[in-house]
Write a new protein. Structure first.
Length: 94
């Protein structure tokens, strides 16, 4: 798998992996397409809340989305979203 450098690149790759459109992503995240476009173009980061929604709907690995660590999808479908830890983004200034 290519080395995606940014969150936006990884989210665009996820669309291809999952075979979904920007519209599908916006619908799953309960967001307007314009807001999703900003995320996919790297002008805005995905919120933790929306990252959790991606995990719930598509079984996406949050560590891969944020940091590029691991695989894009969580292989163990028996693992619930409450068992997954979303890593801190090193760019967060909290």
């Amino acid at each position: 798998m290519p080395d995606y450098q940014t969150e936006a690149e990884r989210l665009n790759a996820l669309k291809k992996i999952l075979g979904i459109t920007q519209y599908d992503l916006a619908d799953a995240l309960e967001m307007k397409q314009g807001s999703v476009s900003l995320i996919l173009n790297g002008k805005r980061s995905i919120s933790r809340e929306k990252l959790k929604a991606l995990l719930k709907v598509y079984n996406v690995n949050p560590a891969w989305v944020l940091l590029g660590i691991g695989n894009p999808l969580i292989a163990d479908s028996n693992q619930t979203s409450s068992e997954i830890t979303i890593p801190n983004d090193p760019s967060d200034k909290d």
